[in-house]
Write a protein that binds this ligand. Structure first.
Ligand code: AMP
Length: 249
């Protein structure tokens, strides 16, 4: 079973991003970039399937600027066997990424594709679902447990009311939730080993995909600053404030 994982280069989760002065987006110049955390979980899940003898090969795919190679190298250090970079400087929206992944999937013929449930930069949470629709494959989103037996994946999903277990025939799409696993710490030897693993590059053109954005960003603004809080002397004063000032009780 070949497994593809989709890995996106995003602003590191520790960075506090700033909105550009022209409100066209956030400033990502000179900020630390990392692999989207949910994609680390996806790559860890695929690697564990390989280590358990259930996957024959794990291929990490990233779409974006040339520096996404670093993200792919991290995926290779976690345990992916090879990487594919679909290189473009164009702004990529979820539909474009789904089309690019579909084209790579047509070439690679994997039985399982694991994506993150969302990328922490745009918080779209759309790519896995769009990809499943484009391929007409079954999908299990927000996975917290995956079991593969023969040509069936049994996936536990994190839903509002608790956990839902579904079985889906392969090939299928799975998107990862936080509790699926804890990605391994990438060691120096694995980083060194990853440098020797194959990394191939394609372009949207070579895959026959038009990645042009379909949505236009009108304006990006900082969230409104929170007002300072007030300290009240006792419960009676709190109730009074909630009743008369805030009018919530
Ligand atoms: P999104 O729909 O943008 O929130 O992203 C959901 C998931 O799709 C991510 O966690 C990745 O697994 C995958 N994905 C999104 N954008 C890219 C990209 N540019 N390259 C590779 N994978 C991506």
């Amino acid at each position: 079973m070949k497994v593809i994982t989709a890995v996106k280069r995003v602003v590191d989760y520790n960075v506090k991003v700033r909105v550009k002065s022209d409100h066209s987006g956030v400033d990502i110049g000179n900020v630390k970039m990392s692999m989207n955390p949910f994609d680390e979980i996806a790559t860890e899940a695929a690697t564990r399937l390989k280590e358990a003898g259930q996957a024959s090969e794990v291929i990490a795919v990233s779409c974006g600027v040339a520096q996404s190679q670093e993200t792919l190298r991290t995926a290779l250090a976690i345990g992916a066997d090879r990487g594919v970079l679909v290189e473009t400087d164009a702004e990529l929206q979820p539909l474009a990424v789904a089309k690019l992944l579909k084209a790579v999937i047509a070439k690679e013929q994997p039985q399982l594709v694991i994506l993150g449930k969302q990328a922490i930069d745009d918080d779209a949470g759309q790519t896995g679902q769009l990809l499943a629709a484009l391929l007409d494959w079954p999908q299990a989103t927000f996975a917290s447990h995956i079991e593969i037996e023969g040509s069936t994946a049994t996936v536990t999903r994190e839903v509002d009311g608790g956990l839902e277990v579904i079985a889906l025939p392969l090939p299928a799409i799975i998107t990862t939730d936080l509790r699926l696993n804890e990605p391994r710490y990438v060691t120096l030897p694995s980083i060194m080993k990853a440098k020797k693993k194959p990394l191939e590059t394609a372009t949207p053109d070579s895959l026959g995909v038009d990645p042009s954005p379909r949505l236009k960003t009108l304006k990006v603004v900082e969230p409104a600053a929170r007002k300072a809080g007030v300290t009240v002397p006792d419960v009676a004063a709190l109730v009074e404030k909630l009743k008369h000032d805030a009018k919530v009780i």
